[in-house]
Ligand binder design. Structure first.
Ligand SMILES: CC(C)(COP(=O)(O)OP(=O)(O)OC[C@H]1O[C@@H](n2cnc3c(N)ncnc32)[C@H](O)[C@@H]1OP(=O)(O)O)[C@@H](O)C(=O)NCCC(=O)NCCS
Length: 346
């Protein structure tokens, strides 16, 4: 018996530039991202691709899943390039705010590079964003990726910040107390702050969380939605479904004073192998006072789960958070530069 795949029913895509079509292109884009990025794909990106692969295999279930898996649906716009019926380049376009759009997953098959294809996809993505009211375009690129940086700066993008991925080799390592952390971190996170209570943080619809995200510049920032931002947005049912699909427990923590959150964190503890993931957002006015405490509280939530590596990100401005992570044994893995382009100038 022969099985007939969905692709057999579809007409071959014409060559050249096309608008991304989830049903036609998703599986090939995933394959191309794995080929094009290779070892540069991180655990988080791999999880995201796994979600997308599940969607592409889901057929009629896709619509339902699109609404259950946060973050997956956001990456599904943009442009692709076909040659001889084969998808050989992609640039995704997603909305991040009222006038802000993000370009991501820019990749050209290795055999087709330096032919101007990524440049054409970028031009189309910029035109499409402009037509939909975008004023600002953001993207992220590894600080060592000279090819992509040349492509983006040639289009007028400029640097606006950076974000470093930190990894703790094993969650089985005991986190330092704030006092020990202060001694280890030296001046970076050394302020002798009062010890405040770390409490569970409820979501969604917590106005204090929205205010903290706004103060910390998290809203409309480039890149995939952070765990905190994603958690603040998602509904209770969707949240439980999502945790169940990923075999994980999500903890929400907050340090608050005078009715305002000063730091919030999300900890994703995976039941079947890591890396576990932390995301910490600090009120800029409270930097240097709460980091040691919240890092320790996050790592305490991983006691009792299968030991695995732990990953988190910290921006270039978050010196005390980086110092607190390093005091707890985290090591920097790679740095992404954030680039921005203002359409029509500022
Ligand atoms: C970066 C990448 C997408 C570029 O794709 P491409 O189709 O080869 O790019 P283009 O041919 O459109 O190049 C446009 C311009 O970008 C710059 N550029 C592209 N590749 C470059 C390289 N290897 N070295 C220096 N500059 C480069 C050049 O200015 C080039 O113009 P030119 O050829 O007239 O000098 C491709 O190398 C790739 O897929 N890399 C792996 C995935 C990746 O790193 N993606 C970016 C993630 S942020």
């Amino acid at each position: 018996m022969t099985s007939v795949g969905a692709a057999d029913h579809m007409q071959r895509a014409p060559d050249g530039l096309l608008r991304f079509d989830v049903r036609r292109d998703l599986a090939a884009v995933i394959e191309l991202l794995e080929l094009g990025f290779g070892d540069d794909l991180e655990a988080r990106d791999r999880r995201w691709l796994k979600d997308l692969a599940a969607l592409s295999a889901a057929g009629p279930l896709m619509n339902m899943l699109l609404h259950v898996i946060p973050g997956a649906v956001d990456g599904l716009g943009g442009f692709v390039w076909y040659d001889a019926g084969r998808l050989i380049a992609n640039a995704s376009l997603l909305r991040a705010g009222p006038d802000t759009w993000v370009i991501a997953n820019v990749v050209t098959h290795p055999s087709y590079r330096r032919q101007g294809i990524a440049g054409r996809l970028m031009d189309s993505a910029l035109d499409a964003a402009r037509a939909r009211g975008a004023r600002r375009i953001q993207l992220q690129v590894r600080d060592t990726n000279d090819a992509a940086k040349t492509l983006y700066t040639g289009l007028g993008f400029g640097p606006v910040g950076s974000s470093t991925l930190y990894r703790l080799p094993s969650s089985a390592v005991l986190a330092p107390t704030p006092e020990e952390g202060r001694a280890r971190a030296g001046s970076g996170a050394a302020e002798a702050a009062p010890i405040l209570a770390v409490r569970p943080w409820r979501s969604p619809g917590d106005a204090r969380t929205t205010r903290l995200l706004a103060r910390a510049g998290e809203i409309g920032r480039a890149g995939p939605p952070s765990l905190v931002r994603g958690t603040a947005r998602r509904g209770r049912f969707k949240g439980r479904m999502d945790d169940w699909l990923h075999s994980r427990t999500r903890h929400r923590l907050a340090v608050s004073t005078n009715g305002e959150h000063r730091a919030i964190a999300v900890v994703d503890a995976y039941d079947h192998g890591g890396p576990h993931r932390l995301d910490i957002v600090i009120d800029p006015a409270w930097r240097g006072r709460v980091e040691l405490q919240i890092v320790r509280a996050c790592l305490e939530r991983l006691i009792g789960v299968p030991p695995a590596a732990v990953e988190t990100d910290a921006t270039g401005q978050e010196g005390p958070l980086r110092a607190a992570l390093e005091a707890a044994g985290f090591e920097p893995v790679r740095t992404l530069e954030r680039l921005e382009l203002w359409l029509g100038g500022r």
